[in-house]
Design a binder for this molecule. Structure first.
Ligand SMILES: [Zn+2]
Length: 389
């Protein structure tokens, strides 16, 4: 039962229907369907200007992510497009994506800046997070990712990268924090992006301004970013394809969530997925997210991510759903509000047209989400989702 957008009672039908308040309640018939807490997608790059389909054949032919970047593709390609785009165009694209997230059962997302990489464009993206939060039903948790890569205009001289880090620390982080444009600060700590030392400088500055750290860690190579995340008490470290045993043990002893993004490895055609079993068996808190972005993971479907988690990461459907709901809520430090259907929490709900929860990852490439509720209100409803199967 739902009251004022929150879960008021849960349990067997007869028991809930016997409550005095239930008599006057409006009834929503979902018989024969599976109900889950709305997915929490704890890692997305929501605001970007366009796809990078022009790089797709290169990827298929085997060019590495870094090779594509050297040829003028990659993140800097998206930066060029974003800087040239109007706020209205960016917003329209993001709005359509948010409807797509909702249609797949997602009710809360994290969103990172990071395709602006200059003061004006980064602030523009974070401002859009705020506007979109007000104008549509999904909750958007904003993260500042100025340290995505070093922008082109800082690449000409040896001290360029350090001057960009200084811009982040002295100018952008204080302004983002002052204007409350983000809750978290993220850094892409990897080969071709930022070193462990630079990442530490950025995240320590962010923490001093009240922005909680999170890190893109060990995606292309092992840099020690996971150990840095644990050392800084980061909310999450994400990717983790190249973690080693010591990293997994460190995560297991920490409150830093290991967020796995199998959509990236799938889209890039990489065979190396993060060691989900090792992390779970060590006792780490594992979350799953789409990493929705135009370069490495153009999907907003958490059910697809669950399919990949089961088949490629060897997680069970139950482990996958936990990772996509309550653990992901913890990665955003929202575990008291969302991520499970308990009395007092937000009535954020995904309804799936399946008879068994295992069928959610079992079917892949089709959307079985039938209805999505945010704060008890229907925000998405597929009248006849995928009637054939
Ligand atoms: Zn990412």
């Amino acid at each position: 039962m739902i009251r004022d957008g929150r879960v008021a009672a849960v349990g067997a039908q007869a028991k809930v229907e016997a409550l005095p308040e239930a008599r006057a309640a409006e009834r929503l018939a979902v018989q024969g369907r599976v109900i889950l807490p709305g997915f929490v997608d704890s890692h997305t790059h929501l605001v970007h200007a366009a796809s990078r389909a022009e790089e797709y054949e290169l990827k298929i032919a085997g060019a590495s992510y870094e090779e594509i970047a050297r040829r003028g593709g990659g993140i800097l390609n998206s930066v060029k497009k974003l800087r040239a785009a109007t706020s209205e165009a960016l917003k329209q694209r993001a709005r359509a994506a948010l409807r797509g997230f909702a249609a797949h059962g997602t009710t809360t997302i994290e969103a990172k800046s990071g395709y602006g990489l200059d003061v004006t464009s980064e602030l523009k993206i974070l401002g859009l997070h705020q506007e979109l939060q007000r104008e549509q039903p999904l909750e958007i948790v904003s993260t500042f990712l100025g340290a995505h890569v070093v922008p082109a205009e800082y690449r000409g001289t040896p001290d360029g990268p350090q001057r960009y880090v200084a811009l982040l620390i002295n100018r952008l982080i204080p302004e983002v924090a002052d204007r409350k444009l983000a809750e978290f600060c993220d850094v892409f700590c990897d080969r071709g992006a930022f070193s462990r030392g630079q990442s530490e400088q950025v995240l320590e500055a962010a923490a001093r301004h009240g922005l909680q750290p999170r890190i893109h860690a060990e995606q292309l190579t092992r840099t020690g970013a996971t150990q840095l995340a644990v050392h800084l008490g980061a909310a999450s470290c994400d990717h983790l394809e190249f973690v080693n045993q010591a990293d997994m043990r460190a995560l297991a002893k920490s409150k830093t969530v290991a967020t796995l993004l199998p959509g990236c490895d799938f889209h890039l055609g990489l065979k190396r997925y993060a060691p989900a079993r090792g992390l779970i068996d060590a006792g780490a808190i594992v979350a799953l997210a789409t990493d929705y972005n135009p370069g490495t993971s153009p999907t907003l479907s958490m059910p697809m991510v669950l399919s990949l988690a089961c088949t490629q990461l060897r997680m069970t459907p139950a482990e996958g759903i936990v990772a996509a709901t309550i653990n992901a809520a913890y990665a955003l430090r929202r575990e008291k509000e969302v991520g499970s259907l308990e009395i007092g929490k937000l009535a954020d709900i995904g309804v799936f047209k399946v008879e068994d929860y295992r069928e959610i990852p079992y079917y892949f490439g089709v959307n079985k989400c039938w209805m999505t509720l945010k704060r008890g209100k229907i925000i998405s409803h597929a009248v006849d989702a995928d009637p054939a199967s």
